[in-house]
Design a protein around this ligand. Structure first.
Ligand code: FAD
Length: 397
């Protein structure tokens, strides 16, 4: 089967790229290995900087209808300290909100399909063979194997699972690895307009009210710290994480002390923060495949959506059958990607290093209590005010 573009992975990066390329009139195939709706380790907060893009993608109204309350305050829960400050505005776009990934990912993939993309689901991409004029992507379901041929291949399969594709990261297992956890809670006492950052020994996390009155709690914890806690107290990894956060953070105790867990905890990782090639081995990369920030800044969905959009924009009008034209588009995309995301990746790494350092974690609560203005400054450095150029409300192309 021959296409103009094959996109691997239907997270926000893949679906956004597929949708935007299909709108350009390209023949697009998108391959997703799991049936939807998906459950994912993610805090589910979407910054206001994406609202104009969601509108452009045609899903803005549904997002407004379904997402949780507007998040007007950013906060910090660290030990006994609970501090809050106003969320800095994103150029007249309103406020960010959280929407469950079960709903968001399904919404975006449906829109890509409605724009004309052919969806292969559940199909796993198992191999990419790059050629001069086109690449072959092998995909497999339980019963069928297929070959998809296209000059443009986009790897948007995330970064936390190892695999056999050239865009997969090598497996790793270090004591300092960060493992991700996430759960929904019902009947929490968290103020609906507040998104606190959580700092606790060995890790960091966040909480936010999402859709359907669910509180979304997500966090990362060092592998070695989790092993110590489990050895001391027993129980499953999720139970240990839950207990550890509740006992270390007063704000978490107050928010979910009387709340009920909604379905099971999810785990993923290790997470792989960093900047990676945006184009290599003849394959374009978007979302986490291209690079990711520590989730301490809750910007991964923004970067996934926006990188998918930037990639499609770089390929607009390009003769994709010409290898040098594809490579020139890759250079444009790569430069735009770095301009848009590198500051927040470095800022997130600095915030995470502080939170994960025992002395830093002890100092951060008293410091932010003394100077709450650090919170909006941190949010701005994290990209929470940085809309995609040319996509501000009232200035849509
Ligand atoms: C604890 C934690 C909290 C977070 N909180 C937030 C937050 O509040 N806000 C925020 O913006 N970001 C947050 N993030 C980051 C965010 O979850 C990711 O950055 C984002 O999901 C990346 O999107 P993506 O499209 O690149 O990849 P994914 O969302 O990972 O999507 C990849 C898709 O590819 C599919 N796939 C994988 N391999 C294959 C294959 N071989 N063939 C076919 N399909 C395949 C997968 O099933 C998946 O659907 C958080 C992350 C963590 C760890």
């Amino acid at each position: 089967m021959t296409y103009d573009a094959v996109v691997i992975g239907a997270g926000p990066a893949g679906s956004c790229a597929a949708l935007a390329l299909a709108r350009q009139g390209r023949r697009v195939a998108i391959v997703e290995k799991v049936d939807f709706p998906p459950r994912k380790v993610c805090g589910e907060f979407i910054s206001a900087t994406n609202i104009a893009l969601l509108d452009k993608l045609g899903v803005g109204n549904t997002w407004r209808e379904k997402a949780g309350p507007e998040i007007r305050r950013v906060g910090l829960f660290a030990g006994e300290h609970c501090v809050a400050a106003a969320m800095p505005p994103a150029s007249g776009s309103g406020y960010g909100r959280a929407l469950g990934r079960d709903t968001l990912d399904d919404l975006l993939l449906t829109s890509a399909h409605d724009a004309g993309a052919t969806v292969f689901q559940p199909f796993r991409a198992t191999d990419i063979v790059a050629g001069e004029n086109a690449s072959i992507v092998r995909i497999a379901s339980r019963h069928r194997e297929l070959k998809l041929r296209a000059p443009v291949v986009v790897a948007a399969h995330g970064s936390w699972e190892p695999g056999s594709l050239p865009s997969h990261l090598p497996k790793r297992n270090h004591p300092y690895d960060l493992l991700g956890f996430k759960a929904h809670f019902r009947h929490s006492a968290l103020p609906h307009d507040l998104m606190p950052l959580l700092v606790f020994p060995g890790g960091y996390g966040g909480m936010v009210m999402a859709d359907q009155s669910r509180l979304s709690l997500s966090c990362c914890i060092r592998r070695d710290r989790l092993a110590e806690i489990r050895q001391a107290q027993g129980g499953s990894a999720a139970e240990a994480v839950h207990r550890h956060i509740v006992t270390s953070c007063k704000g978490v105790r107050e928010a979910i002390g009387h709340a009920s867990l909604d379905r099971q905890w999810l785990a993923a990782g290790p997470i792989r923060p960093g900047i990676r090639p945006r184009f290599a081995d003849g394959v374009f990369r978007a979302g986490n495949c291209a690079g990711e920030s520590h989730p301490i800044i809750a910007e991964g969905i923004s970067m996934a959506l926006q990188s998918g959009w930037l990639l499609a924009a770089a390929l607009a009008g390009v003769d994709i059958h010409d290898r040098s034209a594809r490579e020139a588009a890759a250079k444009l995309y790569s430069a735009a990607w770095l301009r848009q995301f590198s500051t927040r990746i470095h800022a997130a790494a600095a915030f995470a290093a502080t939170a994960l350092n025992p002395a830093g974690a002890q100092a951060v609560g008293p410091l932010v209590a003394l100077l709450p203005a650090i919170l909006p400054l941190g949010a701005a450095l994290s990209g929470k005010t940085r809309t995609l150029p040319g996509l501000r409300h009232g200035n849509q192309r």
